[in-house]
Design a protein. Structure first.
Length: 592
């Protein structure tokens, strides 16, 4: 075996002892040049163990005999393992290294554990939100925005299902991509060549099937029948779904300011009192600037001024409700009752899945769960010396009253004295966490992927801006003056700002015109020369095309577009959808 850790090249003791033979053979020219360049680092081939798992992850472990005791191996150093034909059998990074000095010598033994390149997907945090998007297209966008800079390129990426909502917030790339794969019944992984794959599991079948036990090492075969997750009745409680447009009347009494709604409000469409339209604001924001206020997930509408006695009003809004559905497999229940010999045979289970936003989705999920779990489970384990098996592929096994396509969940490689022995685990039915992913293709109508930090937050994207003002810059929020009675700023081109008016509003532009304005949410160090201003834009706000962003200051700044003094304007090109909220940070620096 040929192993490289960082720039250090390692060769097994078997290869080193036969160096002359290998060098003079018809080996790959690449390997010959490598051997000529470096042959002094020796490890024991019998200590090499490689394990491949169905979720795309793999691990490797080996021991390095460092004769001179001069090497140090670090976490996250790149690791590659090649066979003598030059084929790459493992690629990843060092996970840990334990070094022990041999008593009475300078030599060391380094015991190294490595994880495959999937570790890179754990390192990068993804915020992604999109509507009506093919899962494969979402994968490609995540690849371009987050992973391409890590050297990851496109492998086999299939389109997958059309997803009505994708919300991946504050999750690792691995978690986000896995969620997309689950929604399609796909597998997603990084290969040893740093290519990203996203496709159905059945795309690849095992190189060979088992119809007799000739390829199985003696006394290594075990067959286990077990399904701890068995159920034949499934209840699904989904997440909150938006209702159709609701119209609810109310009547004023001259005193009551707050009126109940039938559902928690998701978004208001319109409010009238006595036939006159009323302005609507968010609770906790812009108090006194609107006629009435609501909050997302709240069941009340509140007015600044109570509607008059006997005056009728009407609220139109989209509310939230939660879907619930129960399904049962009558055939499986009957079979189980006969097997038990007593009782109804009914085994019930309940699942709460916030990603399901409709009754149809809850129904499909319940039926898919029964397809997956209302069956016996079988696990087969065996050892073989025959190569060609990979975790995540399907192998047909027809031996000892078993005749199914099994999912290979694990393949372990152990190298001994120039030979390789493979340990294989395969399963039929939901007998492992990995097998759970395999049956997700039953969810053909579950077209939503939601992964948020917590319920109600959704995807919150962060945007950072900074600007430094020199002394001569105008307008300049750091040119201050004590504005007293009878004093005023003479011109917006040469304004002076009170300490509390240095930053007031954020504004979005589209086509050169202001289209949205929001008061700054929080200001830190307001009286200093290093101000940090943060603004939160809710998911339902500022939906649409954005081309630029501007920041306004001065006591004349109000909710009215373009009011106040524009102190900074720059590009912010994006299309905001109703699934993502935004936090905009603006660092203001006095460079005088």
């Amino acid at each position: 075996m040929l192993i490289q850790i960082g720039s250090t090249k390692l060769y097994t003791s078997t290869l080193n002892s036969d160096y002359d033979t290998w060098l003079n053979s018809e080996m790959d020219p690449f390997l010959n040049s490598e051997l000529e360049a470096e042959t002094t680092y020796i490890l024991n081939e019998s200590a090499i163990q490689i394990d491949h798992y169905v979720d795309g992850r793999a691990t490797a472990g080996f021991a390095v005999f460092d004769v001179g005791g001069i090497y140090i191996f670090y976490e996250r150093q790149q690791v590659t393992i090649r066979d003598l034909a030059g084929a790459l059998v493992f690629g990843g990074v060092v996970q840990s290294c334990e070094s022990i000095r041999i008593p009475g010598s300078v030599a060391k033994i380094h015991t190294i554990a490595a994880a495959d390149y999937t570790a890179i997907l754990d390192w990068r945090i993804v915020d992604y939100a999109e509507e009506d998007q093919l899962a494969g297209d979402a994968v490609l966008e995540i690849l371009a925005d987050y992973l391409a800079a890590e050297g990851i390129t496109e492998g086999e990426i299939e389109s997958g299902n059309l997803l009505t909502q994708i919300e991946i917030a504050n999750k690792s790339a691995y978690q986000g991509l896995t969620k997309l794969a689950e929604a399609c019944g796909f597998v997603c992984y990084l290969d040893y060549d740093l290519k990203l794959y996203f496709h159905i599991r059945s795309l690849y079948a095992a190189d060979w099937s088992i119809t007799d036990e000739s390829d199985i090492l003696n006394e290594s075969l075990t067959i286990t029948r077990q399904n701890d997750a068995y159920r034949n009745a499934e209840t699904i409680i989904g997440g909150y779904e938006e209702t159709s447009l609701q119209t609810e009347p109310f009547k004023g009494d001259g005193t009551t300011k707050t009126f109940p709604m039938a559902y928690p409000v998701n978004r208001m469409f319109g409010v009238t009192v006595g036939g006159a339209a009323k302005t609507i604001g968010q609770k906790g924001e812009d108090i006194g600037l609107y006629d009435c206020y609501y909050a997302v997930n709240s069941e009340t509408l509140t007015f600044d001024v109570a509607p008059g006695n006997g005056v009728t009003g009407e609220a139109q809004y989209y509310g939230l409700w939660r879907a619930k559905y129960q399904a049962s497999d009558d055939t499986a229940i009957a079979v189980n009752a006969t097997r038990q010999g007593f009782g109804t045979g009914r085994i019930e289970h309940i699942t709460i899945d916030e990603s399901l936003k409709s009754l149809d989705a809850a129904r499909d999920c319940a039926n898919a769960k029964l397809t997956e779990f209302a069956k016996d489970g079988i696990t087969i384990e065996y050892k073989t010396r025959r190569a060609g098996l990979a975790a995540g592929t399907l192998q047909h096994i027809d031996i000892q009253d078993v005749d199914y396509d099994f999912l290979i969940t694990h393949v372990g490689e152990e190298h001994k004295d120039g030979d390789t022995e493979y340990s294989v685990s395969a399963c039929y039915g939901p007998v492992s966490e990995e097998w759970d992913l395999f049956f997700r293709d039953a969810f053909t109508n579950v077209y939503q992927v939601r992964e948020g930090l917590e319920e109600g937050i959704g995807v919150q994207k962060l945007y950072n801006f900074a600007h430094t003002w020199d002394a001569a810059d105008r307008p300049n929020p750091f040119t201050s003056a004590a504005i007293g009675e009878g004093l005023a700023v003479s011109s917006d081109l040469w304004p002076s700002f009170a300490l509390t008016n240095r930053i007031e509003y954020l504004q979005f532009y589209s086509g050169g015109v202001g289209v949205f304005r929001k008061q700054i949410t929080s200001i830190a160090n307001e009286a200093s020369d290093d101000i940090m201003a943060a603004t939160y834009i809710a998911a339902a706000e500022a939906v649409g095309e954005i081309a630029e962003i501007g920041f306004f200051a001065g006591d004349s700044a109000t909710v009215t577009i373009d009011s106040g003094v524009l102190i900074y304007r720059t590009d912010l090109v994006k299309t905001k959808n109703a699934l993502e909220s935004m936090q905009v940070n603006f660092n203001m620096l006095d460079g005088a």
